[in-house]
Ligand binder design. Sequence first.
Ligand code: DGJ
Length: 732
Amino acid sequence: MTTRTIFTTILSAVALTATADNLRIATPNTELLLSGEQGRQLNFVYYGHRLSTADEQALEAVETKTDAYPAYGMFELTERAIAATHCDGNQTLRLTYSGSSQTQDGGATTTIVTLRDEYYPFTVKLCYKTYTDADVIEQWAEISHTEKKAVLLRQYASGYLPILRGNVWLTQFGPNENNDEFDLATERLIGGMRVIKNLDGIRNTRTCNPDVMFSLDGEPQENSGRVIAATLCYSGPYKVRIDTEKDSYHHFFSGINEENATYTLQPKEIFRTPVLAYTYSTEGQGGASRNFHRWARSHSLAHGHQLRNTLLNSWEGVGLDTYEPVMKQMMDDAAGLGLEQFVMDDGWFGNACPRNDTSTGLGDWYPNPQKLPSGVGALTDYARQKGLKFGIWIEPEMVNTQSELYRAHPDWIVKAPHREMIYGRGHTQAVLDLSKPEVQDHVFGVVDRLMTDNPDIAYMKWDCNTAIQNQGSEYSLAGRQPHLYIEYHRGLAKVLDRVRAKYPDLTIQLCAGGGGRVNYGLLKYFDGFWTSDNTDAYQRVFIQYGASYFYPAVAMAAHVSAAPNGSTGRQVPLKYRIDVAMSGRMGFELQPKHMTDEDKATSRRAIADYKSIREVVQQGDLYRLVSPFKATGQASLMYVSPDKSRAAWFWYMTEFRRGQHYARVPLTGLARDKRYRVRELNPSANAPLAIDGQVFGGGYLIDNGLPIPDNFRVYQSAGGFASRVVALEEVK
Ligand code: DGJ
């Protein structure tokens, strides 16, 4: 089919006004309608559930039309998507519709709507990408001009959506602390501006996240009500604005944070904003999350449909003591537990400046001969003998001043001119200036050399532990300092493109002192993320629950660590720690040498149990059942296979008072007409569920859930940390 035919086929069905081009950007269940008349403002008409042709035609009478990409300058001074200063100093824009096109590539359709300034040769292309298998619209803008000299972009949102006012609630995540990521907060939108933003430079979810959900029918519901959910697919500083004034809409804008990044756009240069991804669901927040998860697995997460390995990571077990015998002992134990992969974390590198504490070594990515006298190769060989895959930790965007790299290239770091340097972690850590091509080559070279020298490396954990604290680039970008953050992230994307082109099968984990950098700008390159440095299972119930609003379990690393926990000091029983890890991509992060034989046996059985439900957890549809944030004393969620023949149900006690009653949890998400056999996984030694092995109708379970014994002695023995994991399998 040619581009033209598609255009006619898709657009002719929409007939809002006779003279306008009426544009439908459609996903299987949703659509965005725009309407443009040559020389006039492009109008937003509708975003919501897919409409019939008759309904689309009727919209003309009912929908107020509003500017689809408001520009600064000509009308009332409210929030705008774009603001620019032309080469002659004029600060206004007046964008008018000048045409559109659609192209198809496999299951993806891209619609491009062109807006031109009435007077200046200034163009904005609004681009929308949709897929036949996902209810998410990806939107971005491409801005260019042919003025005589450069134009200053003062604001340049990726996208804008007007959301009809009413009883609209905002759900957001954060403010995040390192160790308390994805803290969920919700509030009714009232008048004025809501701004959620980041200025960190490189770890953009270290503060809040650019992920927002709008519940359009009052307080957020999990399984009902209309929801619009959106996230900015970008790794750098972002700004989300929600402006509510006197008109009919909450005006929602999302894009790069322009506060430290005004952009000087040269003639003929095309400025492409990051993608804003959004979805619409009538099945509440749960439906919006499932839409995002499906889209992510198919289009925005590396290897989204592949099952992830269980693993042991060395960090919490041995810290920087990554000595060869220790690594081998950990691999012995990992194999003994039935884990599939071993990851050697921080500590293994540096020669002149060995990484014996966090102030040295970053940049010198070759094995420390004191710790690894036979190199990394000896470990990958050992892993292979043990039947394990091997992974390694790097932090390639960073350098310690105590390193051979820094001594050779002191001019490679991000540093503001004429200012004293401010260092990060270890008081010597600096950020390499990825706006420089030679630094991009270096960072790509870190991965390339490790992979060339050790082709058996299957996994890399890519960490990032310092913010940009010196807002400037002393050695490049002369006269273009505000471009630093943008060029940094362009540089990072170039490096990651090269890594992925050469090593498409490598598994790469995204980490920034935990979940300080979780965004879909990066996840298209990464297989998953380290959810938090906080591995306290109790707090992980909250963190993982919050993360699940936008990110699927296949991407979410959840590790069993030692007790008492290093972050919180909490003493959580092994069963609870395992049960929490089982609801994500399960791993272990402790020194297994210190486990009792009984704990090892429990863990071995639980790892086997996890493998039996891994596909449902990692590829199934998530149903959040009880939110820990609602403080009812319990939390619960379940995953259901797409054909609803299998499910995995998780239940966690989050509060314990003697005599407290825990309401039964309806198992939403099952099929009413199917029958399921329930099997308890990782059962509690002193109180296995009595219903184990029994068969129940889906309808019964949806309405009534399963009984969790209100047995005080069981909970007391666990110090109030009771939990259950139940597998459900269809019985024909
Ligand atoms: C921060 C990460 O979040 C940890 O998991 C660990 O890799 C350390 N860095 C190592 O320095």
